[in-house]
Design a protein around this ligand. Structure first.
Ligand code: SF4
Ligand code: SF4
Length: 434
């Protein structure tokens, strides 16, 4: 593992913009697949009345967590929807009654031990709010007979350009973060906490350092601003010095890594019992006239959110869910907000940076090796590309295509503007196909 990373423009122009509350929309469309793992099955049908926080999707699969209604109103449709990744899933569309009547199901959970914590976090519908969407209860449900967890790493790096939603969480909800950390440490008997924050967020470092100065076990770690500092394996190493070996989870090395907004949400859920029905996100990009941070209900359409930020739709050529490095382009502005969306960015054509993934004009590889130097995992993107082009599964597997986390660093540094990260995604799928 390398720590040099790459230097990308931060463009965190919204960092000083306090979070605004997005009004209750007329309709929401709530996807049954908002987390990594098995999608949920809808528990409601057309014509049903639902309330805020009511469970409307559930799955018995191990890798899944429930989905709740973010509004009160009437279910007007349960149909298939196309996700940004090309897969389809069921979605529940609700006409909001504007009353926001809370469900009787909502009550603070009783959390006394690890088992009740895991159960509560699962019931909250919580999945990683940093963007990956890994169901949070699974991280907490480790086998104590096999692993000994001694460290909690709070991922507050927020290394992608533009996105400032975690930063706003740190500035606006500091106590939720600290109380959430303390609850997890008490129940899981974790000795050390490392809050990793990039050094381009000095206010957050200062605030959290000050508010944890009497907590001997909580360490605020100032990290170098380099991309992808927030990748799970990278931040685990940057904060604890431990290397997560190939095929291992952080828990195999005594670590739980959790996003900073996720830990704050867990604290709020334990106090109130209100499940994950809304989230904070950044809206930015050069086609957006009023960039902002908003707290919006899950299921709100991207179009409504972009309109709120006065986006120039005539000029917007690309809408990205997430950051410009690892985000996904949306095919449709009617796509609804999901639990994992920490940003929507709208760009005019080729304006982010010519060396970014958005730029398509590529030339021949000049064998400069920059992509190899940039890869945080020490992979050889240029060789992976060649192996994929000749459909050589053995070579792809020997060169560990499975480790690629699609961070985009190789594409970003390539002077020939080759779409290496995109190829690697295709290559990964190919290498594991039969
Ligand atoms: S996208 Fe994959 S190969 Fe490219 S730098 Fe990131 S981890 Fe390495
Ligand atoms: S950075 Fe681009 S040009 Fe340089 S070796 Fe890698 S693929 Fe080739």
């Amino acid at each position: 593992m390398r720590l040099n990373g790459i230097h990308i423009p931060h463009r965190k122009g919204t960092q000083y913009f306090e979070t605004q509350t997005f009004p209750v929309p007329e309709r929401v469309k709530i996807s049954m697949s908002q987390h990594m793992g098995a999608p949920c099955t809808p528990l409601v049908k057309k014509g049903d009345t639902v309330k805020v926080g009511q469970k409307i999707g559930e799955s018995e699969a191990f890798m899944s967590c429930p989905v709740h209604s973010s509004v009160s109103g009437e279910v007007v449709d349960v149909s298939d929807m196309l996700l940004a990744n090309g897969k389809t899933c069921k979605a529940v569309e609700i006409a909001c009654d504007g009353q926001q009547t809370m469900s009787e199901e909502i009550e603070p959970p009783v959390v006394t031990d690890k088992q009740s914590l895991v159960k509560a976090v699962r019931e909250s519908g919580c999945c990683g709010l940093g963007g990956a969407g890994f169901p949070t209860h699974i991280k907490l449900n480790y086998d104590e007979s096999k692993v000994d967890i001694d460290s909690l790493v709070i991922n507050a790096a927020e290394c992608e350009p533009y996105i400032t939603s975690d930063f706003r969480e740190m500035m606006e909800n500091t106590q939720d973060i600290i109380e959430g950390i303390k609850t997890l440490c008490k129940i899981l008997e974790i000795e050390n906490v490392y809050i990793g924050i990039e050094d381009n967020k000095p206010q957050a470092i200062e605030k959290l350092t000050k508010q944890t100065e009497n907590e001997d076990s909580i360490h605020v770690v100032k990290l170098k601003s380099s991309y992808p500092q927030g990748a799970e394996k990278v931040i685990a190493f940057s904060t604890t010095g431990r290397i997560i070996k190939e095929g291992n989870l952080p828990s195999d090395h005594g670590i739980i890594v959790m996003n900073v907004s996720t830990v704050a949400f867990i604290n709020r859920y334990i106090k109130t019992g209100v499940p994950l029905i809304s989230r904070r996100l950044t809206i930015d990009g050069d086609a957006v006239n009023k960039p902002c941070n908003v707290k919006a209900l899950i299921g709100t359409s991207v179009k409504d959110l972009l309109e709120f930020a006065e986006t120039d739709f005539d000029k917007a050529q690309k809408i990205i869910a997430g950051g410009p490095m690892m985000g996904m382009c949306l095919y449709d502005a009617d796509t609804p907000l999901s639990k994992t969306n920490n940003a929507f960015l709208a760009f005019k054509e080729k304006t982010y940076a010519k060396k970014s993934l958005l730029y398509k004009g590529q030339t021949n590889c000049i064998r400069c090796g920059r992509c190899i130097g940039a890869c945080p995992l020490g992979l050889m993107p240029t060789e992976l590309e060649k192996a994929y082009d000749r459909r050589d599964k053995d070579a792809l597997n020997k060169m560990k295509i499975n480790l690629c986390m699609n961070c985009g660093s190789c594409s970003f540094v390539c002077p020939a503007r080759r779409n290496l990260a995109e190829k690697n995604q295709l290559a990964k799928g190919f290498a594991f196909s039969k």
